[in-house]
Design a protein around this ligand. Structure first.
Ligand code: DQQ
Length: 584
């Protein structure tokens, strides 16, 4: 089988030249690790799955082999469904089917057989990403991208549950009128994929987006249908943006202006609603989004002028998190976000482990009271996995102090901490020559061991006893021009003594009011993943790390301060995390 990510090599090489030019022009961070596929491993089943060391304990992973994008998440008749891109035959990308798991609580999962496999001329080269929509009369339907030939021509197909009264919806059928949407002349048929959940307009017509590009302009094509079968391309895309490259996995949904309540995709006429358009950038492998207005009468979306539309735009997660998809959970009136976190060890490591890729812990998302960005927080159900708890209260950390948080399983833990400080006076001045740096670059220059004024302070996760390895998640406050710049870093550069790993210094800027002189941080630590949430979910960062020493019982957790200002751990609560149970 020809491989999509390999074919991308040529495209990638060409686009790299373009990207380098752009990066230097726009001074955006370097391209992160992209995932490549080694065809020789595509159909190399895992003999034995290494359970120990780096396999996660409470994140979503199938028993073995490769996974990527979350697909068609939905809540239907009391059951959550998660589908995902999966290679059933190897630990690298290829042979893509829709894996399928179900759950009553988004934590404990039951694995089912693949829901969609390549069997028809319109999908025989792959069943790629897509979304679920629940039609009136409580009828679920899935739209997905089928790859029809070796050139990777893409079309959009649908499947329906074979037996609507089966609570798990195990069987899906491909009706004869597939494919539903083929690229018309002028549309790039090899970049035409990942249909969204549909929404219904005032005119009673359904709408979906399909991700694409024309040259380097990313495009979300809009298609409309009265009956969900015959789809017509609208005159204009819903939105497009030059110099962003191919748009994968678009997601478009309304958010309430106030409160945490989620909205169904079709609730476009609600009062006090804003919209979010998220796209996954094929060139940089990260997701960015804008908050804006949707004009249903002309089917256009316009980002607010507070949202940067492009590579410097808002990120769901400043780390290893891609091809995300959200859904409306009607059982709790909330919107939930799933995202794929790729491995950042070597392909050989993945083949040896017998698995690659995890889904991050589902996050509830809602609009920040400032109306300019989303907030994200791990769903409350994850707290059901909290076991033994330890806590610290009002513990001062002077410059150079390291405090061990003992008594929990540090390799599999949940930590919530509030740091406080007496004043902002000692915040270090950001040298004008560093002012233009993006957060990642600043984090890699000003790591956790580089002494500062107010910060760096935070947690040392997955740390070895003698601190030969650690993944610091920390804050550093700078005085810049006339405001403070607050950097949140999750820095993998010292995470492992192993060579050949991708160890990025992921970071983002927090836009919080420091008047209260407090900053909060939460980290979900799970063997090879650290998911962190700064200031209640303003900035989220996921790092994948592979310690050689800080594994299982040899992993430690510390709090630290390397700034001249004394910082107090006002409250720290940490839990050992249990593994989920398999659902019967
Ligand atoms: N992954 C799928 C595509 C999608 C890409 C293929 C994003 O449908 O565009 O596995 O990671």
């Amino acid at each position: 089988m020809k491989c999509y990510y390999c074919d991308h090599e040529l495209v990638r090489a060409l686009s790299l030249v373009f990207v380098c030019l752009l990066l230097s022009l726009l001074s955006i961070k370097k391209v992160d690790a992209s995932h490549q596929v080694y065809p020789e491993y595509q159909t190399l089943p895992a003999v034995k799955v290494k359970q120990l060391e780096h396999r996660t304990g409470y994140h979503f992973q199938p028993q073995k082999h490769w996974i990527n994008d979350p697909n068609g998440p939905m809540y239907y008749n009391g059951i959550y469904h998660l589908f995902y891109q999966h290679n059933p035959y190897g630990a690298v990308w290829g042979n893509i089917v829709w894996g399928h798991s179900v759950s009553m609580d988004l934590i404990n999962w039951k694995a089912l057989k693949p829901a969609i496999k390549p069997t028809k001329p319109y999908d025989k080269h792959g069943c790629w990403s897509g979304s679920a929509t629940i039609l009136p009369g409580n009828k679920p339907v899935i739209l997905y991208t089928g790859v029809v030939d070796e050139n990777q021509t893409q079309v959009q197909n649908y499947v329906l549950p074979a037996n609507i009264s089966d609570p798990y919806l195990e069987e899906w059928i491909k009706p004869d009128d597939n494919p539903l949407v083929v690229a018309e002349p002028g549309v790039n048929r090899t970049a035409f994929r990942d249909p969204t959940t549909a929404w219904m307009g005032r005119d009673g017509h359904w709408r979906i987006l399909i991700g694409s590009r024309r040259k380097h302009t990313g495009i979300a094509y809009l298609y409309k249908s009265k009956d969900f079968i015959k789809w017509v391309k609208a005159k204009h895309p819903l939105h497009s943006k030059d110099r962003t490259g191919n748009w994968e996995c678009p997601d478009f949904f309304p958010v309430a202006r106030e409160g945490k309540k989620g909205l169904d995709n079709s609730m476009i006429e609600e009062q006090n609603v804003k919209f979010v358009l998220k796209v996954s950038l094929d060139t940089t492998r990260y997701d960015y989004y804008t908050v804006g207005k949707y004009f249903p009468e002309i089917d256009r979306y316009i980002p607010d002028n507070t949202s940067v539309d492009g590579w410097k735009g808002l990120r769901y997660d400043c780390g290893n998190f891609y091809a995300s998809k959200s859904f409306f959970d009607a059982s709790k009136n909330r919107r939930i976000l799933w995202g794929w976190s790729n491995e950042s060890d070597t392909k050989m490591d993945d083949v040896e482990k017998g698995w690659a890729g995890i889904q991050t812990i589902p996050r509830r998302i809602w609009l920040h009271p400032n109306g300019k960005q989303l907030l994200a927080w791990p769903i409350e159900e994850v707290e059901s996995l909290r076991g033994h708890k330890v806590q610290l209260r009002n513990e001062n950390m002077k410059k150079g102090d390291v405090v061990e948080i003992k008594g929990i399983t540090a390799a599999q833990a949940d930590v919530e901490v509030v740091f406080s400080f007496p004043s902002l006076d000692k915040a270090e001045r950001l040298h004008p020559s560093l002012d233009h740096l993006d957060a990642h670059e600043l984090c890699s220059r000003k790591g956790s061991s580089v002494h500062g004024g107010l910060g760096p302070f935070g947690l040392l996760t997955l740390a070895s006893g003698k601190l030969d390895e650690y993944t610091p998640v920390f804050v550093r406050v700078f005085k810049a021009k006339n405001k403070h710049k607050i950097l949140l870093c999750s820095d993998a550069s010292s995470s492992s003594l192993k060579k050949g790993l991708y160890k990025p210094s992921f970071a983002g800027f927090l836009d919080v009011d420091l008047a209260k002189k407090k900053l909060s941080l939460r980290s979900l630590i799970d063997h090879s993943v650290v998911e962190s949430f700064g200031a209640g979910g303003e900035v989220c960062i996921t790092s994948r790390v592979y310690p050689a020493l800080a594994v299982s019982d040899n992993a430690h957790l510390y709090a630290f301060n390397n700034g001249s200002e004394t910082v107090a751990i006002e409250t720290l609560d940490a839990w050992s995390m249990k593994g989920p149970k398999l659902m019967n």
